[in-house]
Design a binder for this molecule. Structure first.
Ligand code: ZN
Length: 412
């Protein structure tokens, strides 16, 4: 019931585009009011679809039997909560069972009194932003928003057919973001804003999978980016509990990337003194050190040769870094090579390479198993190819980059 104290924004006819959200497809706006406080805008609509004269219970004719307003939560618009009051046609069966029925419309989800586009908004934003923010924006309780999101995620999970999945970092919107892939189908499933969001999503799956009945029994292999383990909730134990029937692998590319990052960090003092000797900037020395030898041009190679005389310790660590990364790349790494590497690293007094040793040792089993599975390595080559220049998507926000990424990789 609309009270006279409410501000009427639109009264019949065509809505002012700046005043109210774009109407749902196949509906027509009748009026709109601004609700008191921060309750947002209520929009009254009716369906423009043709009437369905068939009783849904007995397929005999039904006749109109009055209308009533039914409230649906719509997705927020410009930060304002939106309620849609659907003037819904009621029917009574006149040719058969005599039962009452309602008008149906695919823009509305009856079960929770939500519009379908609200659900789309929630599933999109829920992977990006905190539920508390979403709740505030759409005018619902945070606990309800979370519940709706997780229920829907559970439904999606029940349609999950993948038996081998990978959770790998991709560089999107200026950051490494965790993305989930179906290895067998070479299919991209989703990308999250942060590892924290992955933990949220997976925790919900686990919570609702007890006893496991959704994706859990189907998954036989799971590849995890080593970056996941720096997030406290995402330990190897956690993945084992979540996917008790799956073998856990740690991606080789992620080990190489993380080891390289740690080596660079350990070398910073050496890099700084070398840059001073060269009369070059630290950042240019860092940039050269970070690059892989196989990709260097003549000029860069010359500079590296000068390092060999100027700063032998730095050159040796560069060499060690390259040995490790190359042996991961060409999958030649084994326990002998690794033990030799560790001995050489330990003999290098100028830099502390223990964090790298600890990283590889901690994940050795899962990492080596990964290196031995050609299927996984082929998947990784495919992934690298597909995600090599995502920055070229040109989008600034995570949300728009994600949308472009989804389009490019043809997800869902
Ligand atoms: Zn009937």
């Amino acid at each position: 019931m609309m009270e006279s104290s409410l501000t009427e924004i639109v009264n019949g006819g065509a809505p002012g585009a700046e005043e109210i959200p774009p109407p749902l497809r196949d509906t027509e706006v009748q009026s709109a009011v601004r609700l008191p406080g921060s309750k947002g805008i209520a929009v009254r609509v009716r369906s423009t679809l043709p009437r369905d004269p068939v009783c849904p219970f007995c397929r005999k004719p039904r006749a109109p039997n009055g209308t009533r307003f039914v409230r649906f939560r719509d997705r927020p618009w410009l930060g304002t909560p939106i309620t849609i009051e659907w003037k819904r046609q009621q029917y009574r069966c006149v040719g058969g069972c005599g039962r009452a029925s309602n008008e149906t419309h695919n823009g509305f989800d009856d079960r929770h009194f939500l519009t379908r586009r609200f659900v789309g908004w929630l599933m999109h934003e829920g992977t990006i932003r905190p539920f508390a923010d979403l709740a505030k924006e759409c005018g619902m309780h945070a606990s309800l928003v979370r519940k709706l999101f997780s229920e829907r995620a559970r439904q999606e999970a029940s349609n999950w057919h993948s038996d081998k999945i990978a959770i790998c970092s991709v560089h999107l919107a200026n950051q490494d973001r965790p993305a989930i892939f179906d290895i067998g189908e070479r299919r991209f499933l989703d990308v999250y804003a942060s590892w924290e969001k992955v933990a949220d999503g997976l925790s919900m799956l686990m919570f609702y999978s007890s006893p496991p009945e959704f994706i859990v029994p189907k998954v036989t292999s799971i590849v995890v980016d080593v970056a996941a383990f720096s997030y406290p909730d995402l330990s190897a134990d956690y993945f084992d509990k979540l996917f008790p029937y799956a073998e856990l692998f740690v991606s080789g590319v992620s080990i190489a990337r993380e080891a390289s990052r740690l080596i660079i960090g350990a070398c910073e003092p050496l890099l700084a003194s070398c840059a001073t000797l060269e009369k070059r900037s630290l950042s240019s020395a860092l940039a050269l050190f970070s690059r892989e030898r196989r990709g260097l041009g003549e000029h860069a190679k010359d500079r590296l040769r000068r390092w060999e005389y100027l700063c032998p310790a730095l050159y040796e660590v560069y060499d060690l870094k390259e040995q490790l990364i190359t042996s991961i790349r060409d999958r030649s790494i084994n326990l002998d090579i690794w033990n030799r590497w560790k001995a050489e690293a330990a003999a290098m007094p100028a830099v502390d390479l223990r964090p790298i040793i600890s990283l590889v040792d901690t994940h050795w089993r899962e990492f080596l198993d990964y290196q031995l599975r050609s299927e996984l390595v082929f998947f990784e080559a495919w992934l690298e190819d597909k995600t090599s220049n995502l920055d070229a998507l040109g989008a600034h926000s995570f949300a728009s980059s994600r949308a472009a990424f989804l389009r490019r990789l043809g997800a869902k």
